[in-house]
Write a protein that binds this ligand. Structure first.
Ligand code: HEM
Length: 402
């Protein structure tokens, strides 16, 4: 197969918007990704997205951010506050597995630490399966492990959540509960939209497994990358630390960090017909285009001569997002973008009114606790993937956070 690599921001953006280019990054990760939203194409993708997007509305993100997530955040932070620190990767996963379960539609009836740890282990394994293309491990081993974990997930989490939702939908149809009492999540929405989608149960299972990992890994990493960048940027500069008391400014830091550290450093697409692809030339059907999002997000022509540097005050062209292409663009644009990134507010806006996004909320909380890296116990890079992630990121809290 001919492979073409494109690196400029404008070529990558054009390619992401091109509907004749088909998702190709997850072919190795079929064990999780076969037939899920991110790998569907054309009309089938459009139909599924139109149903699932109902969960991802601004008003619901606003409600989730102001009413539901603060409780999860307080509960998850409590043992870390008591211990005056801990591993940020574990903390990130504890938070985000609750977030993705809420949106996917997976119940956690016990609400115990053990239950959360099991879901984290499942989610991490699903994520390893989905991103197999970047794994440095033996693919046959990963496939075996993911298949086993998928069976556990189905038995212990998916089936009970499915049964509860089917009963609620039946109760709603019978008039004993109202629409407003139904859970607002992808599983419920899929069950209600299934007369048009006609998905088999195993397809719904796979879709929900995809959702469990879709946001967890990227959200946890975004939190850690942002804090890491902020600690370097602020250093010993008291004036910079004062600016970090402003949640709107922290939101800008999140987007600047996302630009520098996109969750997936590349996107792959295959041509579905003979076509011109900017940056690659005239291509036949079935050729691969690799989009280097890491480099595109540091394109000097768009982000300036110091594009490699973390600068939350950076001036960005009006038609470009602060996070660049970190959330994708075009037909597969991330459905969790405004949930995690919020709606970028103008400097000086009222943080109480703004939709800050989950990542900024968590980073603000970590800053309130005075989270700092520990010289004698530095962050450890993740050797199991070519993606620039950490295996652990120990921090100590230097303030009590109130
Ligand atoms: C900082 C956090 C996140 C980042 C950086 C991120 C990034 C991305 C990117 C780059 C894509 C497009 C991939 C491509 O075009 O090949 C994507 C798609 C997607 N994301 Fe996210 N994501 C994040 C969080 C979330 C969350 C929290 C959720 C759900 C709760 C989510 C749900 C999805 C879904 C469903 C898609 C597929 C959309 C489609 O194919 O139509 N993401 N994400």
């Amino acid at each position: 197969m001919n492979i073409h690599r494109i690196t400029s921001f404008s070529d990558c953006e054009t390619a992401l918007r091109n509907r004749d280019l088909k998702q190709a990054l997850y072919d190795a990760g079929k064990v999780v990704m076969d037939g899920v939203l991110l790998t569907l194409h054309g009309e089938e993708h459009g139909r599924r997205r139109a149903v699932e997007v109902r969960v991802f509305r601004r008003n619901f993100f606003h409600y989730y951010e102001k009413e539901i997530f603060p409780k999860t955040l307080a509960q998850t932070m409590a043992p870390y506050r008591a211990a005056r620190g801990g591993d940020l990767i574990r903390l990130g996963y504890r938070l985000t597995v609750n977030l993705t379960s809420d949106f996917a539609g997976i119940d956690r009836p016990l609400r115990t630490a053990e239950e959360t740890e099991r879901l984290i282990a499942i989610t991490k394994k699903l994520s390893e399966g989905a991103t197999m293309v970047h794994s440095t491990r033996d693919h046959a081993d990963i496939n075996r492990e993911v298949t086993a974990v998928m069976a556990d997930f189905e038995r212990d989490f998916f089936q009970p959540s499915l049964a509860r939702r089917r009963a609620l939908i039946a109760a709603c149809a019978a008039g004993s509960i109202s629409d407003a009492e139904l859970p607002r999540d992808v599983l419920t929405t899929l069950l209600m939209g299934n007369d048009t989608l006609e998905l088999e149960e195993y397809q719904i299972l796979r879709e929900i497994a995809f959702y469990m990992q879709a946001g967890a890994h990227s959200t946890a990493n975004a939190i850690v990358h942002t804090l890491h960048e902020i600690l370097h940027w602020a250093g010993d500069d008291a004036a910079r630390w004062t600016r970090l008391d402003d949640a709107i400014f922290v939101q800008h830091c999140v987007h600047e960090s996302l630009r520098l550290h996109p969750a997936s450093p590349e996107a792959w697409r295959n041509t579905t017909c003979p076509m011109h692809v900017a940056g690659a030339g005239e291509l036949e059907s079935g050729e691969r285009v690799e989009l280097d999002l890491f480099r595109a997000n540091r394109d000097l022509a768009v982000f300036g001569a110091d594009a490699d540097r973390f600068d939350p005050d950076r001036t960005i062209p009006g038609n470009v997002l602060r996070s660049g292409l970190a959330f994708g663009i075009g037909l597969h644009t991330c459905l969790g973008r405004e949930l995690d990134g919020g709606i970028v507010a103008k400097p000086g806006s009222d943080p109480g009114e703004a939709q800050l996004g989950i990542v900024a909320l968590v980073v603000c909380e970590l800053l309130r606790c005075g989270a700092r890296t520990i010289e004698s116990d530095p962050p450890v890079p993740d050797a199991g993937t070519k993606r620039p992630n950490w295996a652990s990121f120990p921090v100590r809290f230097t303030k009590d956070g109130h």
